[in-house]
Design a protein around this ligand. Structure first.
Ligand code: CA
Length: 233
């Protein structure tokens, strides 16, 4: 992929200008929309690679923009919002956003999130191009057809739940998955007990996967929200 195009949806002109200037400086292409209606129109007509989305828009709520775009497209959506409550982040992520950045944000943080998302896009396109049933990320390798995972040359001795968890995270590399999303995919429901078990399974999975469980290289925790598989450098 060369020079991804970013759709910047933001009604606040100074913030929009800051984002656009940052993108220009780093050689990204961009489109802008000051409201939800134009955002949806541009998302469908211009097919951007990534969307930066403010939630507080003059004509509609950003959550509805996410839902509409998700009805036809999987394009990555990074929410950039002043709403800082965990419930708001979870709502945006469960509606289909890929990541969440709280205002005020630093330009470096914005670029870091964008790089994570673009790497994920490249991973997805290379996987679908080769139609491979093997996932590779740093030293981690998952052979989906054999149902085995490896770290370097060592096979990871995973329980069935740990393996399912690892595959779910791997298939969504770069994306923050909420506790609800994960538990519904693993157990088909999301009760408080399931979220508590998820923590336990995640801890045992990490012990097997991470060389340094205290500074994880693969699975990142978003406290109160969920987990994300990082693309290893
Ligand atoms: Ca706004």
């Amino acid at each position: 992929m060369n020079k991804p195009t970013i759709l910047v949806v933001e009604d606040d002109a100074p913030i929009r200008n800051l984002i656009v200037t940052t993108l220009k400086t780093h050689d990204y292409k961009y489109l802008t929309a000051p409201n939800g209606g134009e955002a949806i129109m541009l998302a469908s007509s211009r097919n951007p690679d990534v969307v930066f989305l403010d939630l507080g828009l003059p004509d509609m709520d950003g959550i509805d923009v996410i839902k509409q775009i998700r009805s036809w497209s999987n394009m990555p959506i990074i929410v950039i919002s002043a709403r800082s409550e965990d419930e708001e982040k979870i709502l945006a992520l469960d509606s289909g956003a890929d990541d969440y950045l709280t205002k005020p944000f630093s330009v470096e943080e914005l670029l870091a999130r964008l790089r994570v998302t673009v790497r994920r896009l490249m991973l997805v396109s290379s996987e679908s191009a080769s139609d491979s049933s093997v996932y590779e990320n740093g030293k981690l390798k998952i052979d989906y057809s054999a149902g085995c995972a490896y770290l370097g040359d060592e096979e990871l001795k995973l329980t069935p739940i740990e393996y399912k968890l690892l595959c779910l995270l791997a298939k969504n590399t770069g994306k923050v998955l909420t506790h609800t999303y994960i538990t519904q995919n693993i157990w088909g429901r999301s009760w408080d007990n399931d979220v508590a078990s998820l923590r336990v399974f995640m801890a045992t999975l990490r012990k097997k996967l991470e060389v340094l469980p205290d500074s994880p290289q693969y699975i990142q925790t978003h406290i109160g929200i969920g987990y994300r598989m990082m693309k290893a450098e």
